[in-house]
Design a protein around this ligand. Structure first.
Ligand SMILES: [Zn+2]
Length: 61
């Protein structure tokens, strides 16, 4: 139940990102790894806009 809600929120974030940028690739802004590399990507909002982090760099930020 909880995980399903989390996944839905992440998917909604991706849709927002795709609408705001011309870049359709979802990848970490630090290392460039993405879903295609087996990493989970999470979105964070910053003063500069929405930035994406992989599972590793999301914890560091
Ligand atoms: Zn990363």
């Amino acid at each position: 139940m909880f995980m399903r809600g989390m996944n839905q929120t992440i998917l909604q974030n991706f849709q927002i990102i795709e609408n705001k940028t011309s870049v359709s690739k979802v990848e970490c802004c630090v290392c460039g790894k993405g879903l295609q590399d087996g990493h989970s990507i999470s979105a964070k909002t910053s003063p500069n806009g929405i930035v994406l982090f992989c599972d590793v760099h999301y914890e560091l930020e």
